[in-house]
Design a protein around this ligand. Structure first.
Ligand code: ZN
Ligand code: ZN
Length: 355
């Protein structure tokens, strides 16, 4: 099999030929049809995350060392199944089935994994992070239960639901927005932010307001259904949003995760509002502690989503109520070029690689 691997942090990915794995036990071998390139891949590639005061969290701190194969938005065709994989009549799969992969996989045996909270598992096997990913022509999936039927949806779009769609959906659920008076501010209109716009339109009754510093991304957000957009590089951005929301938003989701965007997210909330923090840009924000009780704010982190949420995402997408985000296709061999373009902020929507 062919894979494009991180051999050295930040250096161009290198093509490696290896034996195509034979699935054992409950494993399934997928022939990759497409794999999305995610912003979080940039951190895996760079090898570090920015904490506070210039301090960094490295991949080694997370127990990840090159060489490895990135790619966690994988869609493909079942190429072979292990001896313990049940057939389609028993909830399993057979060769030729087209499936999108849920990549956020834990050990499968501990308490949290047993109750389908695999994101909380301390022994992660995330595909494309700790387990070989989809920047390759084949991927091994540990169990057929992580494969979801996406029939009725375009293949290249389906893979984006495994991270950008799922992350957006789960973050929107965490806003707690319930009524038409609960407006939600989305900060950052990259792949995940745009996904939140399209999913938000069928999940949130209140206004969806998008803040981005890039005019092209703002107009894309508006075309995707955002009710209002704001340029958050302007000094009066908070004031504008407070006016649009009649005094403050029920929630803000920060898809960037910088000190400035988190500050903006907090400043636009009304009493009792929730800031959902998703982006991994990094750095730290001073938090005026008195405002936490006085304003009854909640700040919560959200990392991708559960297997059950991924099934809900695919079900929701299949109703046809969620318009597609823009998806461009590029050959797998251009993976490094795509990562560079993503780093420079030149990618609109999602790019998916095809082997
Ligand atoms: Zn991702
Ligand atoms: Zn576990």
């Amino acid at each position: 099999m062919l894979s494009y691997q991180v051999i050295e942090s930040g250096k161009p990915l290198e093509a490696r030929e290896g034996e195509t794995p034979v699935p054992e036990g409950a494993e399934v071998l997928m022939q990759v049809e497409a794999c999305g390139v995610c912003h979080s891949d940039l951190h895996l590639w760079d090898g570090e995350y920015l904490l506070a005061d210039g301090e960094k969290l490295t991949l080694a701190d997370r127990g990840i060392e090159p060489p490895f194969t990135m790619g966690h938005e994988v869609v493909g065709v079942v190429a072979a199944v292990g001896p313990d994989v049940p057939g389609p009549e028993d909830g399993g799969v057979q060769v030729g089935d087209k499936r999108v992969v849920y990549p956020w996989i834990g050990c499968g045996t501990c308490d949290v994994c047993q109750r389908d909270e695999e994101l909380l598992c301390l022994d992660q096997r995330t595909i494309g992070i700790r387990w070989p990913g989809g920047y390759a022509d084949h991927v091994i999936v540990p169990d057929a239960k992580y494969l979801i039927d996406y029939s009725g949806l375009p293949t290249e779009l389906a893979c984006t639901y495994a991270c950008s769609g799922l992350t957006a959906y789960s973050a929107l659920l965490k806003t707690g927005a319930k009524t038409a008076l609960d407006d939600v501010v989305l900060i950052g209109a990259g792949g995940v932010g745009l996904s939140a716009v399209v999913f938000g339109k069928s999940m949130i009754e209140g206004k969806i307001i998008v803040a981005d510093v890039d005019g092209t991304k703002r107009s894309l957000a508006r075309q995707s259904g955002a009710d209002e957009t704001v340029d958050n590089s302007e000094a009066d951005a908070v004031e504008k949003i407070r006016k649009m929301t009649g005094g403050g938003a029920a929630a803000a989701i920060d898809f960037v995760g910088s000190a400035e965007t988190a500050r903006l997210g907090l400043d636009v909330l009304r009493r009792g509002g929730t800031l959902v923090s998703v982006g991994l840009y990094g750095d730290a924000m001073p938090l005026p502690m008195v405002m936490m009780p006085l304003m009854m704010y909640s700040i919560r982190g959200s990392y991708v989503g559960t297997l059950q949420e991924m099934r809900e995402v695919i079900d929701l997408a299949r109703t046809g109520k969620v318009p597609p985000i823009p998806v461009a296709t590029r050959p797998l061999a251009e993976a490094t070029a795509v990562l560079n373009e993503l780093q420079r902020g030149e990618i609109l929507g999602r790019v998916v690689l095809k082997p």
